[in-house]
Design a protein around this ligand. Structure first.
Ligand code: ZN
Length: 175
């Protein structure tokens, strides 16, 4: 089986897609300073997974969504900001955690990356809203919705998503 083979998931089975994104998050190295997140981009019209990504998959302080877009940009041999018109018009993003709206590192936040794809991503399916631990309140959802991108919470995996996301963090009560 080629390394890029993805499981066959029934169209519209959001929880199953999110679960696959979570399996990507599990590949991310546990660290005290970030969340382990997994993401994937799906072409809804053909029910084809275009890319997957997870936190720190690529070099630099990379986020899961960012890794998806960088991998797709590489595949199309363009810069990330040229990617939008090359993506299927009915693409959606699944991510275990709400896309970030602010980055302490000065990197471009994932919400801005999604918006800059110029409408290629129609809906963002998220498993949990971003905890406010690192950057304060996340206003990313509003930014996405203002750009005409739907944000939908897919329930049922919250506990597992958070357990994977915070595996490298100190537990409550530790100093
Ligand atoms: Zn991000």
């Amino acid at each position: 089986m080629p390394a890029t083979a993805h499981p066959v998931i029934q169209a519209g089975d959001h929880k199953a897609y999110l679960e696959y994104a979570l399996s990507q998050a599990e590949k991310s190295p546990p660290k005290p300073t970030n969340f382990r997140v997994g993401a994937l981009v799906l072409d809804v019209d053909t029910n084809t997974i275009l890319a997957t990504g997870y936190t720190l998959e690529l070099e630099g302080n990379t986020h899961a969504e960012q890794c998806c877009f960088l991998k797709l940009a590489k595949e199309h041999d363009v810069a990330e900001d040229q990617l939008g018109p090359l993506l299927p018009k009915n693409s959606v993003l699944y991510t275990t955690m709400e896309p970030c709206n602010k980055r302490l590192s000065g990197n471009l936040p994932c919400t801005e990356r999604i918006v800059s794809l110029e409408g290629a991503i129609k809906t963002v399916y998220v498993g949990v809203l971003e905890p406010e631990k690192f950057v304060g309140q996340n206003e990313g959802r509003k930014k996405l919705e203002d750009a005409g991108i739907k944000v939908e919470l897919v329930g049922g995996l919250e506990d597992r998503i958070l357990a994977v996301a915070t595996a490298g963090h100190k537990q409550t009560g530790e100093v």
